[in-house]
Design a protein around this ligand. Structure first.
Ligand SMILES: [Fe+2]
Length: 206
């Protein structure tokens, strides 16, 4: 049985409004979890697998539920990852390993933020923007549609931003750019560093 992590007591006002956070977590994320559980109900061999295992082996999922697992498992995994990246300890800066990789890949933090924002704005419709660690231990910015996720391609994301309208519409309406700007204030760079340390590709050599 898949379940949600809790966000109780976390306020990201004024950058992300509390009603959006509440609906996003309690309704949208909950629906992905419920629909994933429902999809795998009749498949005991899938019941004890972590969502990451399901997503990295989609080809082994029975065809009749594969799309449901892809969409709802992706939605569950992406949101679980995303909540950890949001913190009420505002205006953090990148930690040591992250900072050094950002500089070696993008030159400086501001250039990275500009490129990431361009990617987030270029994703047509619903989806996600990502910072992914490549097999060569470099960083790469990418986007995915819907609830597709880098883990489906066995890639480790270290940072991700939900750019579905449900993530920002109540406060920012059509101004996705303002939402991306607000994201930097609430980004948990400590979690990004932890994601980097845990990523399979990272050898600590670069
Ligand atoms: Fe979302």
């Amino acid at each position: 049985m898949h379940t949600l992590n809790t966000l109780a007591g976390i306020s990201l006002e004024p950058y992300i409004d509390s009603l959006t956070m509440q609906i996003h977590h309690d309704k949208h994320h909950q629906a992905y979890v419920d629909n994933l559980n429902k999809a795998i109900e009749g498949f005991p061999e899938l019941q004890n697998k972590e969502v990451w295992e399901l997503l990295t082996n989609l080809e082994s999922i029975p065809e009749e539920i594969r799309l449901k697992v892809r969409n709802n498992g992706g939605g569950h995994a992406n949101h679980t990852f995303f909540w950890k990246l949001l913190t009420p300890e505002f205006d953090q800066t990148p930690l040591e390993k992250t900072n050094s990789l950002l500089i070696s890949n993008f030159g400086d933090l501001e250039t990275f933020k500009t490129k990431f924002k361009e990617a987030a704005l270029s994703r047509f419709g619903s989806g996600w923007a990502w910072l992914v660690l490549t097999d060569e231990n470099t960083l790469s910015i990418s986007t995915t549609p819907n609830q597709d996720t880098p883990w489906m391609e066995k890639k480790d994301a270290i940072l991700g931003l939900d750019v579905w309208e449900h993530a920002y519409y109540l406060k920012y309406q059509n101004r996705r750019a303002d939402y991306v700007d607000a994201f930097w204030h609430v980004l948990n760079w400590k979690q990004v560093e932890e994601n980097l340390q845990k990523a399979r590709g990272y050898l600590g050599t670069k």
